[in-house]
Design a protein around this ligand. Sequence first.
Ligand code: FDM
Ligand code: MG
Length: 212
Amino acid sequence: LNPNLQSRGALVVLEGLDRSGKSSQCSQLLSHLQSIGCSAELWRFPDRNTAVGQMISAYLSNQSNLDDHTIHLLFSANRWEKRSMIEEKLKSGTTLIIDRYSYSGVAFSSAKGLDFDWCKAPEIGLLAPDMVLYLDISPEKAAERGGYGDERYERLDFQGKVREKYQALHDASWKMVDACLPMEEVQKKLREYVLECVAACKNGKALSHLWS
Ligand code: FDM
Ligand code: MG
């Protein structure tokens, strides 16, 4: 172990379409990490608890209407308002599992027709995840899982567009997991990836920033 390298928690992001199983997989991951004595927390974006988050929540539940650019920037602001807390957590040695991050921001807004690079711009400088785990599912299969709720974006045709945008965003650092595998198998794969990532961060892997 190089003594100049700082040991820290890992920033792990789960992404995927609605009904891909992200939220259940995230909570199982959290329990697993905690059960093996790893300090970990589960966060999600949007974080609906802040003032900005409440505006986002009202928009998603169709209680308010906002210009597409405006809501995009609010989603981004919701990450910026948590940026320093994320950094503190990681530096204190806590691993963060985050349900959605900047990739959702870009995929959902650009799927509405906003310019892809314009959507990426406000995310520049946020902490880059150490690992992105993408739960891959077709919108048709996702819809079979008991259907969508009635929030904005929970429509089959729109989810198809979001998936295309996710495909344009993903790079070699993403781990693609087939979300149609049995839940336990998905969880097993996720655990392997996450443990690998936690170990790398413990051994001094440096934090980086978007978009890297
Ligand atoms: N969403 C989520 C966005 O459009 N932009 C973002 O930056 C984020 C984080 O919000 F439809 C969308 C994705 C989803 C909706 O998310 C609410 P949850 O995970 O379903 O609560
Ligand atoms: Mg949802």
